[in-house]
Design a protein around this ligand. Structure first.
Ligand SMILES: [Zn+2]
Length: 183
């Protein structure tokens, strides 16, 4: 949304025309950024009205406007960061759902209590053995899973998991190493 000429009007030292004032009020009503600015501007003017403080020197509005450009750059950067976080959250949510789905797949594919027991035991044994003998544990564990779940499901799940991991890594990098926005 364009904030001109409202920003200029907001901080103008000249009185506005009634119709401009009307337009400005309407814009402030609907625009968070300009409302924020109008609050800060009122606050700043209040500070200068206090007797112990100096009056703004001529051209103060101009310098304020220069600061505003800087503020907008920061705002854009913050917005981008927020978007990255949202993206990260959505991807993390998707990863959680996928993991849950994988667990459901494992257990729903095991039909009888005996199979469930064997599956569970294999899982526990697998986890226990993992610490001492990685290879010994993983191979029977994988066999049970591969036998009980159609292979193409695993292909899809593993591919999706890989893709998610990649996307999560990339978006985490983006958040951690985000640079200044160049406009
Ligand atoms: Zn605005």
């Amino acid at each position: 949304m364009g904030h001109q000429p409202y920003e200029t009007w907001l901080i103008s030292e000249e009185p506005l025309l009634p119709e401009d004032k009307q337009l400005l009020d309407e814009h402030i009503e609907s625009c968070d950024a300009c409302r924020q600015l109008s609050y800060s501007w009122v606050e700043v003017q209040g500070l200068f009205r206090e007797p112990q403080l100096a009056h703004p020197s001529p051209g103060f509005a101009k310098r304020w406007q220069a600061r505003l450009v800087e503020f907008e750059l920061l705002e854009a950067e913050r917005r981008q960061k927020r978007m990255s976080w949202m993206f990260f959250a959505v991807m993390a949510g998707a990863a959680a759902i996928l993991s849950g789905f994988m667990v459901i797949q494992i257990f729903s594919s095991v039909q009888t209590p005996v199979q469930l027991f064997i599956g569970g035991m294999t899982l526990i044994t697998g986890v226990l053995n993992l610490a001492s003998a990685m290879q010994v544990a993983i191979i029977p564990f994988l066999n049970v899973i591969l036998v009980s779940v159609p292979t193409y499901w695993w292909l899809i799940l593993v591919l999706a998991a890989c893709l998610l991991t990649l996307v999560l890594t990339l978006s985490a990098r983006r958040i951690l190493f985000s640079r200044r926005v160049s406009l």
